[in-house]
Design a protein around this ligand. Sequence first.
Ligand code: SF4
Length: 275
Amino acid sequence: MARAFDAHEVHLTGGEPTLHTEVPALVAALTGMGLSVGMTSNGERGRQVMAECSAAGLGRVNVSVFGTTAAELRVVQSERFRMPGLAEAKIRAAEQTIRAAVSNGVKVSVNIVVPGMAHVGRVVNLVESYGQFADVRMLTSIQDGPESVAAISEVLARVGAEPVLRTFTAGTSDERTLYRALGSRAVYVKRLLPVRLPDTCASCRFNNDTDCEEGYYGIRLYLTDQGEYMVGVCIQRMDLCVPVAELPKSGIVEEVLAFKDAEVRRLTREYGAAA
Ligand code: SF4
């Protein structure tokens, strides 16, 4: 897959990658192929695996963080975390993962979803407590749309954020803006753009303003219960997955690469030279 898509970077998601017993070996195998490796984690076993993953070449970990106190976590998490003991353990695990990553030289982004105004105080606390040693990334909540956008603006105002850089990942829905806040802290705001693949998405039943939640975000690799590796283009359309062995004749590679090239040209025309 890396060769077919001329990929330079792989991102491990999950489930929860730190629960995979061989995650350091997976990182080593990928870096051994010359790929940069990142990971998204909820911090579950991050403290235990971070030193080994760092030694294997893990470059970045995005840790999803929901609060700095059990009360804050309760606002956004499931029933299970209504029990203060469990909520505190979850907050501690995320914090320990962040510290373990930083002390092992792995870059950290703290990911925070901001659903609405009621969450502004919680998010400002997170920027203050984590921003000193990690990038903080605020994500709009897809379900909460305008309310989420307004809440992010309020957080930015409260932490005195100034915009520095806007980045597009050409050919995907990923767009982010870097702000400097509270002195030199890096705060990103990540948005999903309504990007669609020209052929695959054209006939998709979700291709409208409300049902296509993520847009086209990039290529994914999955492992089925039967042990078969599958390539997917959309988290909402798992039926579009094809076995890796069938990738060369699926048309996906040509569509994705041509779309990316066209998007590089369009973005360069619109905003200037590509980085
Ligand atoms: S749901 Fe997926 S396949 Fe359908 S339009 Fe959106 S990105 Fe394309």
